[in-house]
Design a protein around this ligand. Structure first.
Ligand code: NDP
Length: 435
């Protein structure tokens, strides 16, 4: 393939993603909230109204959001910004970028998570300043507003990255479309706020627990009780997000932060896709108060917690072995490692550690199995509920398979022969014998 045709097909792929993902988020919400979460009803809806007519019937009324939706989002964003700034936390460093920049963060994510849940309970349930279930009632408008905001904000970040990037890790590929999608700045700051830290963690990830609690509140309002399926699903998701914030400083060392720039893929993804798709099971359960009984409840919670523990343990091993410069014990013996040398973008030679032990001996991204299994456990309370409550697990599996390939390519390029040596010892990407 010539360079020109490669650029063309890459840009067409990017255009397709930008055109398809917003309607998908809206269709999923509408199907869940107005078509009983039924895909066959969705097909009938499109058959009766035509695809574009039907899409506009769903999206038109919520396209620009509403004053209520913008107010909810404004209050939420302002609260999270204040918490990010005022809550105490140690300063932690992220990994050095290829251009030699070291990002610094305040590690107060878990405190922000707890305070956010507390405020939600205090203002919603104790002081009754708002009705938590109203978030479900206005969810379509919220998604409309989030979509408009994220698309515009990504454009602003694109321009900022070109004219006044925050760090040297920025630049253009020469294609507006690809730059808009991928971003022009790796670590943009606006008015002293680290945009990715705020958007990914304090906005996207923090919206998730609050939304599912609001969905549970809606079910309670409708049926006078919260079903055990909803309790199990929401509980597992709260634990998942709690763990994420507990190890937020570890997240600064993942691909989202150290590789992906602040473009549509990341910013729209965390500000629209996370609130709409990651919360889908709980959203679907609102109108389907399934009773799963104690045996299945214990099973789903047990396997779910085990999955979270295993993937967290795997992330921890990778981070700790580097923090201890390789002098670290894994499962009772000194960790086996490869000291990999690489040259950064400034031409400086650096050294890093590749772990070849513990979980990292099984497969190069074995933690993705824990990630998928955990998500399956909070989706399974929907039992045979069709596609919608399992949509996130399907999507996550595709995302992680693609991500494992992407990471492999990146590490091969970065570490060269050291990566070859590593892949000889750990040949599988995710699941031994399968992939
Ligand atoms: P990893 O945490 O696997 O980080 C990948 C990076 O780790 C590589 O780029 C490389 O970076 C380094 N690395 C690779 N192999 C080794 C090794 N053997 N020893 C030490 N370091 C190594 O990837 P992700 O960012 O994809 O995942 C982070 C977490 O987020 C996971 O728990 C994942 O499940 C979760 N996740 C969740 C998603 C969701 O939507 N729910 C989406 C994606 C991830 P370096 O350049 O530093 O060497």
């Amino acid at each position: 393939m010539t360079k020109r045709s490669h650029t063309f097909s890459r840009n067409m792929g990017v255009l397709a993603i930008i055109l398809v993902t917003p309607p998908v988020a809206i269709i999923l919400w509408y199907t869940d909230q107005h078509l009983h979460g039924s895909v066959s009803e969705l097909f009938r809806f499109f058959r009766d109204h035509g695809f574009f007519g039907g899409l506009w019937k769903m999206w038109g009324p919520v396209f620009w959001g509403s004053s209520t939706a913008w107010s909810i989002l404004g209050i939420f964003a302002a609260t999270e910004l204040v918490l990010m700034k005022i809550l105490p936390g140690k300063k932690v460093q992220g990994p050095v970028t290829p251009k030699g920049y070291t990002p610094v963060y305040r590690n107060n994510g878990f405190a922000a998570f707890l305070v956010s849940l507390f405020l939600f309970w205090l203002l919603g349930y104790q002081m009754k300043l708002f009705r938590p279930a109203m978030i479900y009632d206005h969810f379509g408008e919220i998604l409309g507003a989030l979509n408009i905001f994220s698309l515009s904000f990504t454009l602003l970040l694109y321009v900022k990255g070109l004219c006044c990037p925050t760090t040297p890790d920025s630049g253009t590929t020469g294609s507006f479309l690809f730059d808009y999608y991928w971003g022009t700045d790796l670590y943009p700051h606006i008015l002293g706020i680290n945009v990715k830290h705020f958007a990914n963690c304090r906005f996207g990830m923090m919206s998730w627990p609050l939304l599912i609690l609001a969905f549970a509140a809606k079910q309670h309002e409708m049926y006078g009780t919260v079903s055990d399926s909803m309790i199990v699903s929401v509980f597992l998701q709260l634990v998942y997000v709690g763990i994420f914030f507990y190890y937020e400083s570890g997240y600064f060392k993942t691909m989202d932060i150290q590789v992906d720039r602040a473009g549509y893929y990341l910013i729209w993804g965390v500000m629209v896709w996370v609130p709409s798709v990651y919360t889908l099971t709980a959203h679907w359960l609102v109108n389907h108060p399934i009773h799963i009984g104690p045996v299945l409840s214990v099973l789903f919670v047990g396997v779910g917690l085990f999955s979270f523990w295993s993937k967290t343990s795997m992330n921890r091993q990778r981070i700790r072995v580097r923090e201890h410069d390789g002098n670290y014990n894994i499962w009772g013996h000194p960790a086996r490692i490869i000291r990999a040398r690489y040259t950064d973008d400034k031409g400086e030679e650096r050294e890093s550690i590749l772990l070849v032990d513990g979980w990292w001996r099984i497969a190069r991204h074995f933690h993705y199995v824990g990630e998928i299994l955990g998500a399956l456990c909070w989706s399974l309370p929907a039992l045979a509920g069709g596609i919608i409550p399992y949509f996130y697990v399907f999507y996550l599996t595709l995302l992680l398979v693609h991500r494992a390939r992407r990471d492999d390519k990146r590490c091969r390029l970065k570490y060269g022969k050291y990566w070859e040596e590593y892949t000889k010892q750990v040949p599988y990407k995710i699941l031994p014998g399968v992939f």
